[in-house]
Design a protein around this ligand. Structure first.
Ligand code: MN
Length: 391
């Protein structure tokens, strides 16, 4: 783990926000990291630029028509272009990277995580849905294969950093901080009329659209509570959320003696990304240093569960266990897409998710095919609900 050898990095989702930031970390440390495989779903324009700059061994395009279109005009030698999931399996089985960065959005990230674990590749995980949907399956598999799952999510990276050197000690509380999103100060009445464009304006972080909407509903924090539960193996009741609008403290750990460790810094995703790529080593990074005189006030509030019911739904799904979190995730993905598409209102999102949870008959969450079936079924049922009751 402490080796100085150059690390070959495979990035699932290289053209998204986390992928672009990961490539910037690689760009700043050519002596430590190399982009070995870049994977996009559809954004072949940006992929082509990334191929020119980073000369990876492989580039993979997930979407069939995007792949076909790209192959008609791509001519550069030195990078092998592969298609889809089979392409990913080829790389994982034949030319193993040292680190697999999973930065896909949603359920689509789950199977790639499983395949990387089976190939015994350490994972830098940005796709929190992997653990929300299949936490038990994933953590058992990681243990069996003796593979590290290192979080990129800033809160979980903060906890990871706070726990360094503490493995003998018992955790009393994990305290996840939340910015509160763009609607923290809005009234319940005002929330009835907010638009996708307003929800997409996150105060502190620049991210993709799905996670930005999740931040506006606080579902993102709910998913992170579930993610923290699986990563850190603590009691469900000892994971707390506190609103901290400045996003300077990224999260905290309280130990038995009530001593609390916090990890602080300017909000820059490249910090947790870089830490995950070369844990436990740190490297220089061209981010502005924290100026305590500029951020001279750090404040904390209780999350308002009446105004943001999604956080509560996630707590309930975690408490209920089994496949409830898979349903929570699938219903949320569909509801968020419908909101972005102007089909439903912001305040409909938790209503739609709750009805899916209420109708769910829980099943064993250890089996991938079972989870896939529940995911598919929940998506269909959520779509049906939206089309029949909310349009
Ligand atoms: Mn986060």
């Amino acid at each position: 783990m402490y080796s100085n050898k150059m690390k070959n990095i495979c990035i699932l989702g290289s053209t998204g926000s986390i992928g672009v930031n990961t490539l910037d970390v690689i760009r700043q440390h050519p002596e430590n990291f190399r982009a070995q495989t870049l994977i996009t779903n559809t954004n072949t324009d940006l992929l082509e630029k990334q191929i020119s700059e980073f000369c990876p061994d492989y580039a993979i395009i997930y979407n069939k028509s995007a792949y076909d279109g790209f192959m008609t005009q791509f001519s550069k030698s030195g990078t092998e272009i592969l298609f889809g999931y089979d392409g990913l399996l080829y790389v994982l089985n034949n030319n193993k990277p040292d680190v697999f960065v999973n930065a896909f959005v949603g359920f689509a990230g789950l199977n790639p995580t499983i395949q990387a674990l089976k190939s015994k590749i350490n994972i830098a995980l940005a796709n929190k849905e992997t653990l929300v949907v299949a936490g038990s399956l994933i953590m058992n598999l990681a243990e069996k294969m003796d593979v590290n799952i290192i979080p990129i999510d800033s809160e979980h990276s903060a906890i990871w950093q706070c726990l360094a050197g503490e493995n003998q000690n018992k955790i009393r509380r994990l305290i996840l901080t939340a910015s509160g999103g763009p609607f923290r100060t809005k009234s319940r009445e005002e929330l009835r009329h907010v638009t996708p464009a307003e929800a997409l304006k996150h105060p502190n972080w620049k991210m993709g659209s799905k996670i930005t909407i999740d931040s506006a509903t606080l579902m993102n924090k709910g998913l992170e509570v579930i993610e923290a539960y699986w990563l850190y193996n603590v009691n469900k009741s000892s994971i707390e959320v506190v609103i901290h609008p400045q996003s300077i403290i990224h999260s905290m750990v309280e130990f038995e003696d009530k001593s609390i460790k916090a990890q602080l810094g300017v909000p820059d995703m490249r910090i947790p990304i870089q830490y995950a790529l070369d844990f436990p080593r740190r490297h220089e990074l061209d981010t502005p240093a924290m100026d305590f005189l500029q951020f001279d006030t750090l404040t904390f509030e209780q999350p308002d569960l009446e105004k943001f019911p999604c956080l509560n739904l996630a707590y309930e799904a975690l408490k209920s266990g089994k496949t409830y979190s898979a349903v929570l995730n699938a219903a949320n993905e569909v509801a968020v897409a419908a909101f972005l598409n102007h089909e439903i209102k912001y305040v409909d999102i938790p209503v739609i998710i709750e009805s899916q949870l209420e109708n769910h008959i829980p099943e064993d969450a250890e089996d991938f095919n079972n989870l896939l079936e529940i995911d598919t079924r929940t998506r269909e049922s959520t779509r049906h609900d939206i089309v029949t009751s909310f349009k």
